[in-house]
Structures are given as structure tokens and as C-alpha cells.
Design a binder for this molecule. Structure first.
Ligand SMILES: [Zn+2]
Length: 168
């Protein structure tokens, strides 16, 4: 079985008409992740995708199975740090392409909707964010990913100050 599908958005970069603003934040051979294209989702939304053409966790290989939770956790924490959100919602339907990809969408207590209504409103009907905001947030996400993970702080470390979330 082929590891990639040339007709798939996630497998074939020529099919991907909207590359991630600011480039991929993670690209380790097993996973790639980047800020969602600006018009697709709220500011700070990250999409994690398998490098291999695989539908879901049932067909993950050993490496994918062993690393999925850790890479997801790193990204969830980075979204929290970069946006100052209260929760990071997770959404995966594989509707358009049968290739594993997980949306990580920041949500805050001050948002007008919550739960699935928030996701449907913002991902199906929202205007997303501006390309410049998305690129700036991608830089913040990159910085957050390179910072020590939770639990790795040493005594005396400066407390990270969360940047202000500008909404969207
Ligand atoms: Zn694919």
C-alpha cells in the first residue's frame, strides 16, 4: 500500500492551495502541524496532520501510536500559551480528505458560544482571521513550542506572561 495519495491535500503539497501561514511549526517525518489558513478558522487554530496517508487511529503504525498523544499535548499547550485561551477544542471529521488531521481551536470563556456550536459557527461560517495575524500567531506558537514543557520549569524560572488574545 502506498504511503501517500497524490490526490490528497495533506499528502501532496501541489494540491494544498493554502499552505500554513508562517510555515509548518512541526515537521518531524511522522507529523506536521501548522496554523490553519487564515480564512479557515479562528486566530491560533493549529491543524495536526499525519505525514502518512492514514485515516484514523485504528490504522496508525507503531510510531504514530506512540507519539500522537505527546505531539498533540505539545501543540495544545502551545496554543494555550500563544493565545491565552481557556480551552483548546479538538475537532476531526476527515470529511474532505480521508487523511488524519486534528483541528486544535482556541476557545475562551469570553466567547459568545461554546462546545460544538462554537466549532460549527467558527469553522463553517466564520471569517477566520487576517493573514498577518495568522503569521504573527504562528511565530508565537513557534516560540511556545520551543519553550520548556509544563513540568520542566526549574525553580527561579521567570513566569511566562501570556500575550493578549485579540479575539476572532
Ligand atoms: Zn493523504
Amino acid at each position: 500500500m502506498s504511503e501517500t495519495d497524490p490526490t490528497c491535500w495533506f499528502c501532496n503539497d501541489d494540491m494544498r492551495t493554502d499552505p500554513p501561514p508562517g510555515g509548518f511549526l512541526i515537521d518531524d517525518g511522522t507529523w506536521r502541524a501548522g496554523h490553519a489558513p487564515a480564512s479557515y478558522a479562528p486566530l491560533g487554530t493549529v491543524v495536526l496532520e499525519a505525514r502518512r496517508h492514514v485515516l484514523d487511529q485504528a490504522d496508525f503504525n507503531d510510531v504514530e501510536s506512540q507519539t500522537c498523544a505527546r505531539v498533540t499535548g505539545r501543540l495544545v499547550e502551545a496554543v494555550r500559551r500563544a493565545t491565552g485561551c481557556d480551552r483548546v477544542y479538538q475537532w476531526a471529521t476527515m470529511d474532505a480528505f480521508p487523511h488524519f488531521h486534528l483541528w486544535l481551536v482556541p476557545w475562551s470563556l469570553s466567547d459568545d458560544l461554546r462546545g460544538p456550536r462554537f466549532l460549527a459557527d467558527r469553522l463553517l461560517h466564520g471569517d477566520g482571521c487576517s493573514p498577518a495575524e495568522a503569521e504573527a500567531t504562528a511565530r508565537a506558537l513557534r516560540g511556545a513550542l520551543s519553550a520548556p514543557a509544563v513540568g520542566e520549569h526549574q525553580p527561579g524560572d521567570a513566569v511566562a506572561v501570556r500575550p493578549t488574545y485579540s479575539g476572532g
